[in-house]
Write a protein that binds this ligand. Sequence first.
Ligand SMILES: NC(=O)C1=CN([C@@H]2O[C@H](COP(=O)(O)OP(=O)(O)OC[C@H]3O[C@@H](n4cnc5c(N)ncnc54)[C@H](O)[C@@H]3O)[C@@H](O)[C@H]2O)C=CC1
Ligand SMILES: O=C(O)C(=O)[C@H](O)COP(=O)(O)O
Length: 382
Amino acid sequence: MRILVDENVPLAEAFFGELGEVTRQPGREMSAASVRDHDALVVRSITPVNAALVAGSRLKFVGTCTIGTDHVDLAALREHGIGFANAPGCNAEAVVDYVLSSLLLLSERDGEDLFAKTVGIVGAGNVGGRLAARLAALGIDHLICDPPRADAEGGVGFVDLDALIARADVICLHTPLVAAGAHATRHLLDRRRIEALAPGTVLLNAGRGDCLDGTALNERLARDADLRCVLDVWEQEPGIDEALYARVDLATPHIAGHSVDGKLRGTEMIYQALSRQLGLPARQSLERLTPAPWLPRLVLDADTPRDDALRLCARACYDPRRDAMGLERYRRRLGMAQGFDAYRRDYPVRREFQTLEVALTAAAPELEAVLRGFGFGVATPD
Ligand SMILES: NC(=O)C1=CN([C@@H]2O[C@H](COP(=O)(O)OP(=O)(O)OC[C@H]3O[C@@H](n4cnc5c(N)ncnc54)[C@H](O)[C@@H]3O)[C@@H](O)[C@H]2O)C=CC1
Ligand SMILES: O=C(O)C(=O)[C@H](O)COP(=O)(O)O
């Protein structure tokens, strides 16, 4: 069988090579012509998979190595009898690392105590749910807005979006892009809600760019630079609004989930789904193929103050300023649209917090709990 795979899917040859002949192509260049003679297609979020792409092909399977599915027309796949799989949760840990690392940076820059903030989570699925769990472990107050879950689970423990906006110091958007229906999310943060944000609010979007009205946000920031904004996702990627880009505090090119670990989990999950569809055993596994982290262990004095300990470990493992600087470097060289994609293609090695084991020099239960809550492994002396 012939399998067409996006150029940014790591280890595709090792996994899918088991099942057939693998051909690579940049996701934005995939077309009806390039797809036609393949039996399976493996994409990332940048390839619109619709009737125009798949009609007339011999495709029997489409997999996306992503959590999000808004780029896939599921009805068109069903109509053409094409199996489908995404990779729920594959890179959720990486997104939470991104969020916590970014919030730590802003709190240091602005001389604030992250532990005294109330964090509002909008969309508490794989990503938002894990973020809530880490905040709970850290003892940081948080509010959850997730109307579909509130409907299904009876509403206790959930707040509505306007109440969350009124009460939270930090708002983290982790919603999927849903175009229509009772819980549509396109411009969920619309002009009215953006205007309602209290001065000083930290607004972070690592869900989908279209969940937030970028024009309204840009206008508010142009008028009063009184919000702190961390944007990983944007309207009209990769040709994003450069005025908004210049006004936000941390601007990254849709890489919140781009850990090696998250991408590899995505590859493995789609390989398993295709194997299942073919009725074949999944012989390859990440256990054998995951590379060792460059920084597996770090020794930390047990008397290190809490915030210094977190900053040292977070920076050693993953500092989102590297990605903001990377995007800016590529933008200057290639322009925004090309630079945005090129940085993602050339994305540096990044490992998740959970791959780092912090060895404390002596027993320090409070510090240990905080490090674990943040997501690191911890080893204490016997
Ligand atoms: N920036 C990045 O690199 C990444 C972005 N994503 C994006 O983040 C999204 C969320 O990822 P997961 O948590 O894994 O998805 P998920 O499907 O596990 O969770 C989404 C949650 O949002 C909730 N939701 C739906 N409509 C809502 C609304 N109107 N208001 C509030 N909550 C609503 C759902 O009930 C669900 O609990 C993905 O769909 C994807 O678009 C995911 C991974 C990486
Ligand atoms: O999983 C998702 O959903 C995401 O947004 C991905 O992490 C983004 O990765 P790409 O597919 O855009 O490389």
